[in-house]
Design a protein around this ligand. Structure first.
Ligand code: NAP
Length: 260
């Protein structure tokens, strides 16, 4: 399927690994030139090279922390007028809310709420002027179905979701769409790290923990990041201009509901 976005330009944040990387790879396969970011330069440059080799598109690696003003400025300097923006950053740690202080919360809100809001602020008016824009925010299934020990993720991402619900409806008439993708369990380094920690605490094998996560979904497995990337590219398609302000859950059916 030709998504009609060949030659478009995208910024994909937090894209050296995992879900961000998968979104970048899928967009590149559809002919989109990329600016990708992550904090660790070597891993980012290795990913940029892999994407170039696999797809032939132009990929610029911009190392930096997207949760900071400086990191965002660097990404935007490399691509001041993107047609596509994928917002992403690492998720906050698990824990007990009684142990989190103000600094912990500010870190979570900076990364998972304010970074995407400031990136949207920087690019959305240009998209409106040019009559095309696709913005996808990677949030979490925890927005719909909160995970108790991920309280900072539940909270910060819910704030972003509320903001997006309003702004998406202000720009849709200009063929600028803003939607959220909500991952359930996908087999990335983040999921592996969580499984390793759970295995250590319960004295079980890592594979057993991952298999347990898989059982929680009617699909009977965890997600493959490539599937996530393809969903992102679909939301960025030229023909997706009528998909506005949606929260698309990719969880293998784990959220039990007759609708949505
Ligand atoms: P991952 O495999 O750990 O990859 C995270 C990527 O983001 C890496 O490239 C990392 O590179 C980069 N990154 C992290 N913080 C950054 C920052 N502040 N600025 C720039 N780059 C940053 O994680 P993932 O599984 O793909 O998760 C992506 C997002 O989806 C996270 O917010 C996560 O909480 C959420 N999520 C994931 C799942 C899942 O099952 N995988 C489920 C629900 C929600 P550097 O470390 O070098 O910066």
């Amino acid at each position: 399927m030709d998504l009609g976005i060949r030659g478009r330009k995208a910024i994909v944040c937090a894209a050296s690994k995992g879900l961000g990387r998968a979104c970048a790879m899928s967009l590149a396969r559809d002919g989109v030139d990329l600016v990708i970011t992550a904090r660790t330069k070597e891993a980012l440059e290795a990913t940029a090279e892999e994407i170039r080799r696999a797809t032939g598109v132009k990929v610029t690696a911009v190392p930096g922390d997207i949760a900071t003003e400086e990191g965002r400025k660097a990404a935007l300097a490399a691509c001041p007028a993107p047609d596509i923006l994928v917002n992403n950053a690492g998720g906050p740690p698990r824990g007990d809310f009684r142990e989190w202080g103000r600094d912990d919360w500010v870190r979570a809100i900076d990364a998972n709420m304010l970074a995407p809001i400031f990136m949207i602020k920087a690019v959305v008016d240009g998209m409106v002027e040019r009559g095309f824009g696709r913005i996808v925010n990677i949030t979490s299934a925890s927005v719909k179905s909160p995970i108790p020990e991920l309280g900072m993720s539940n909270g910060a991402r819910a704030g972003l979701t509320g903001f997006v619900a309003g702004i998406a409806r202000q720009v849709a008439q200009h063929n600028v769409t803003i939607n959220n993708l909500l991952p359930g369990p996908f087999l990335t380094d983040r999921l592996r790290a969580g499984a390793i920690e759970a295995a250590r605490q319960s004295n079980r094998a890592v594979d057993e923990i991952v298999a347990e996560r898989a059982k929680g979904s009617p699909a009977g497995r965890v997600g493959n990041p490539e599937e996530f990337g393809e969903a992102c590219a679909f939301l960025c398609a030229a023909s997706s201009g009528f998909i506005v302000g949606q929260n698309l859950l990719l969880d293998g059916g784990a959220f039990n509901s007759s609708m949505g």
